[in-house]
Design a protein around this ligand. Structure first.
Ligand code: SF4
Length: 393
């Protein structure tokens, strides 16, 4: 399994696979072909169908310059839905053609090779192996991370970027970019709080934090595990840091625990909505947050595993159907709902862990199989579900 640096990436939203991945590919092209005078980029599959709504073309032009031709090929069939081909030209001569795949979470493969940096830091293949290692060494899950990488400073940066993204989002009014004219809601929810709201106050706080409107507007976010689902873990941690006065050291430990869960999913299934539907983005984010919350509430390894399992289990089959190809409807509210569900999963797990019958590894495998069985229309194409219904109104 890879370093957590590969899971928690800091960059521009709204989509790790549609903006961060292509941006990284463009940086690769600039670095390796300084002699290039122009580029031609052909986007396929989900990138072609929802690239405009996800700002893929804007990112490519920003990176490679206006002398770049972008083709949205919605007809050709490709093996991976996030494939794009770059042709590099020096004057009229094509000097190189490269096939990139945006794997989700901002990772890419280059001519079928996955980037080598930070690969295989951890000798584990699933959660059972992580759990066994922790038990054998009598250590908690965050300490498992410490055994394989020294990542505290990076995770501190990660948390404070999450914190800044949420704080910025709570102060903004107006509508989000794009023709849906979606009104920003985080500030409205946050301003509606009353001291005597009781339990409802927590729900409102978490929903405001998780709104993810900053992501939708292309601001800087942290993939956790993706941009589209970046509000879930971030808002849970923000709540602990600001409203429960949890020290930053503990928040970093929680990021490690949630990171191991995200890594298991990334390694054994997928975190790309274009590959396995929204269950792989929001479901994964919910599992990561549930693990972190359970850890912060003093849960043991068995309870943390159960919390993550519950969180994923009840997202199985969740489709990706972004209206107009933008990461706004249903994505923004979906982050808020998943955050609340993560808390429910964590609390349920602390009560019921002795009755757990499904392992986390099993639910991850089930998610992957379900994702493979989903029709393509429900995998970030905007051709099915809510997106289709909306188009027909
Ligand atoms: S529906 Fe889910 S997977 Fe699809 S773009 Fe929105 S957040 Fe991402």
């Amino acid at each position: 399994m890879d370093s957590l640096v590969e899971l928690y990436k800091i960059g521009h939203g709204p989509s790790s696979s549609h903006t961060m991945g292509p941006a990284k590919a463009c940086q690769y092209l600039k670095e390796h072909f300084p002699e290039a005078t122009r580029f031609e980029i052909t986007l396929y599959g989900s990138l072609a169908l929802t690239g405009k709504g996800h700002l893929t073309d804007i990112i490519i032009l920003n990176e490679l310059g206006p002398n770049t031709k972008i083709v949205f090929d919605i007809k050709s069939k490709v093996k991976h839905p996030n494939t794009f081909i770059a042709k590099v030209f020096n004057d009229e001569k094509m000097i190189k053609q490269i096939t990139f795949i945006s794997l989700g979470g901002g990772s890419i493969s280059i001519d079928s090779k996955v980037e080598e940096s930070n690969k295989d830091i951890y000798p584990f293949h699933n959660f059972d192996e992580i759990k066994k290692y922790a038990y054998e060494n009598n250590i908690s899950l965050d300490k498992v991370v410490d055994r394989f990488e020294n990542i505290d400073e990076y995770l501190k940066k990660v948390y404070f970027q999450m914190d800044k993204t949420i704080t910025d989002g709570l102060t903004k009014d107006g509508v989000l970019p794009g023709k849906l004219q979606v009104k920003r809601k985080a500030k409205i929810i946050y301003s509606s709080l009353h001291e005597d709201d009781g339990h409802e106050k927590v729900i409102r706080l978490l929903s405001a934090y998780a709104c993810s409107e900053e992501n939708a507007s292309g601001a800087i976010v942290v993939t956790s595990p993706t941009c589209g689902s970046s509000g879930v873990l971030a808002s849970a941690l923000y709540y602990y840091y600001h409203d429960k006065n949890t020290p930053i050291e503990k928040i970093i430990e929680a990021l490690k625990v949630g990171g191991l869960i995200g890594n298991v999913i990334k390694h054994n299934a997928s975190i790309a909505g274009a590959y396995a539907g929204c269950q792989s983005e929001i479901g994964s984010a919910c599992s990561m947050a549930a693990a972190s919350i359970c850890f912060l509430e003093g849960g043991n390894i068995k309870q943390i595993e159960y919390a993550s399992e519950i969180a994923m289990e009840h997202h199985l089959g969740l489709t990706c159907d972004p209206v107009e190809g933008m990461v706004q409807i249903p994505c923004i509210e979906r982050n808020a709902v998943a955050t609340l569900r993560a808390f429910d999963a964590a609390y349920l797990a602390t009560i019921l862990s002795s009755l757990s019958q499904v392992s986390f590894d099993t639910v991850v495998e089930t998610m992957y199989q379900t994702g493979k069985d989903l029709k393509n229309a429900y995998k970030e194409t905007s051709k099915g579900g809510l997106a289709k219904y909306f188009f027909h109104k």
